[in-house]
Design a binder for this molecule. Sequence first.
Ligand code: ATP
Ligand code: MG
Length: 394
Amino acid sequence: MTFHSFLIKYGEIGIKGKNRYLFEDALVRQIRYALKNVDGEFLVHKCHGRVYVDCEGEYDYEETIESLKRVFGIVGICPVVRKPVKELGELKKDVVSYVGEMYPEGNQTFKVEARRANKRYPMNSMEINCELGEAVLDAYPQMKVDVHTPDVRVNVEIREETYIYSKIIPGPGGMPVGTNGSAMLLLSGGIDSPVAGYMIAKRGVEIEATYFHAPPYTSERAKEKVVDLARLVSAYAGPIKLHVVNFTDIQLAIYEKCPHDELTIIMRRYMMRIAEHFAKEDGCLGLITGESIGQVASQTMQSLAATNAVCTLPVYRPLIGFDKREIVEISEKIDTYETSIQPFEDCCTIFVAKHPVTKPDVGRIEKSELNLTEVIGDLMKTAIETAEVIRVEA
Ligand code: ATP
Ligand code: MG
């Protein structure tokens, strides 16, 4: 079967009034972005409070569906057969041949749901329903009408053209990216942070990212891996502005001047401060990390409190209550897992203490940080000024 269009179903909650336009416009924009690398020509448009993707000529069906499944805000994707508007006898033939091709077994229960947007059509919806239902029954005697819980709802919409569809392919849900402000993701090369970015983007939030590396202790390849991860996330989240910060001198200073069991926490606090600087510069409304309670020493409740204490923006931790297994499942689903497990060194694992504190006291950490007073201002300034900006797109 050749489909000529896709009707995009989206959630209606919270999109009344002016919000509705913002939501729909963002949805249209994100659909265009998702389809830009797909073979084929697509016209994405709003019409009578609905969003359609019209396919002009040949296109790759599977790839189109895969791409649409990555657009947040889409609840269902209906492949549509479009026909010219015809008088009843011809319309019956079109619908009967559609049903025959879609359901060759011919033993389902069904219901015809006609809608007449084109009021010039000489019959009303009820009459069309009856006529078309009868035609289908005549053609496929094994099928039965069930108006309450049919296996198949055959939708027939008469507009400038006739749209016939029955199948609904589930979309990812969520809200279109761009409808809920933006946030700064602390993106490492691990499994967790790409998943955290994905989850916040799913709620309509645009994502920026900051990555800290420590050359020459971490390699160019480790950085490439993070760029790859950002690209994979951007297939869902849209283009991502990635800040790559050289963290080496700050880490060396911490290593030299602070108690070794506090290294990770102090390092985390400087990461948060720098990420927050970029976040505020670009108007982001929050920070995002891939932390989950108790996963490692730096993610106990006390450690999280100590890291949180340096931030004034809210810190979103969408994985906070997830087990590793659950996070891995999502990373497999969104296709970041294979990249995340590539074995490249991470800046946090290089200067790590043998016995890190698991219950850091904020007061004590602040006191340790005083040892950095003389150097840290300049080091932070340099790290911020020399950060590289990479614009990543799927
Ligand atoms: P991930 O799998 O996301 O790397 P993790 O389990 O390795 O997480 P940690 O390394 O303790 O956990 O990091 C906790 C969070 O801190 C990460 O999820 C990420 O948001 C942030 N983070 C850690 N290292 C970096 C880094 N090098 N650059 C940017 N953010 C980082
Ligand atoms: Mg990590």
